[in-house]
Ligand binder design. Sequence first.
Ligand SMILES: NC(=O)c1ccc[n+]([C@@H]2O[C@H](COP(=O)([O-])OP(=O)(O)OC[C@H]3O[C@@H](n4cnc5c(N)ncnc54)[C@H](OP(=O)(O)O)[C@@H]3O)[C@@H](O)[C@H]2O)c1
Length: 269
Amino acid sequence: LSNHLFICLFSSLPGSQGGSVARAILEGKDFSVRAVTRDVTRPSALALKELGAEVVKCDLNDQESLKGILKGAYGTFLVTNFWDDFNKEKEVKQGKMVADASKQLGLKHVVYSGLENVKKLTKGKLEVKHFDGKGEVEEYFWSIGVPMTSVRISAYFENFLNIWKPVKASDGDYYNLMLPMKDIPMDGISVADIGPAVASIFRSPEEFLGKAVGLSAEALTVQQYADILSKTLGKVVKDSKVSHGTWSHGTEVKSLFCHLTLCEIGKIF
Ligand SMILES: NC(=O)c1ccc[n+]([C@@H]2O[C@H](COP(=O)([O-])OP(=O)(O)OC[C@H]3O[C@@H](n4cnc5c(N)ncnc54)[C@H](OP(=O)(O)O)[C@@H]3O)[C@@H](O)[C@H]2O)c1
């Protein structure tokens, strides 16, 4: 294979972005894959090796090892992870290091899992750190002239099985879906569908270079998501109609739903 496409693999959850992209690219057979993880012994890393990926150990905080791993690559898929440390500055630093290395090594195409800079878009009225940092990284890639496509990925449907899973109601035999979305449809996508979309972006650089592309399978209201969960799980799931004001989650996630529902920050906190 003449092309060498390296994947930054983020592998703690089965089916995370890096794994999905790696599998889709391996299926296409037009690029080879170097998948990066801090722990090459993870079951998901071993499973990718079985599929034909080269799996290498790398910490995104280590610039020198990063350059060694990217050397000779056609391109890379990059996911930075705010949630590992809840640290925007660290996420931005990681993204910029990959951007600098990509520039120095002359990579032909980087696909970055970015998001919009909400703080900039709202002129500082609303801050969503796990969006804003990715927005800063997007801007940095383009400002230094790296050929990059940003994929702005909507909420994983898989969130409904973990962080957003329905909560048992205290007053009856049903479950509540507790997302403060009012009745506004929320975009979502299955992690399994991210890989094929990113792989097709790598295969059509002329169409996607320099662009930010939103990835969504469909946008549904919380009640519509609840109806699907009810049908699939055989249990009654309802939209709890929880409001921003009474929602108990931390500020960062609250700000996310503010952004998704375009609330004004003054009305919420
Ligand atoms: N959940 C959603 O709905 C959603 C939607 C859009 C975007 N996102 C964004 O997606 C990102 C997370 O991606 P994901 O879901 O694919 O991740 P994930 O499955 O949760 O895995 C995160 C992985 O990050 C890797 N990692 C963390 N720090 C690292 C470092 N210093 N060097 C190398 N690897 C490191 C770890 O892999 P190893 O331990 O194997 O090294 C860890 O397993 C977040 O930034 C989030 O904001 C999430």
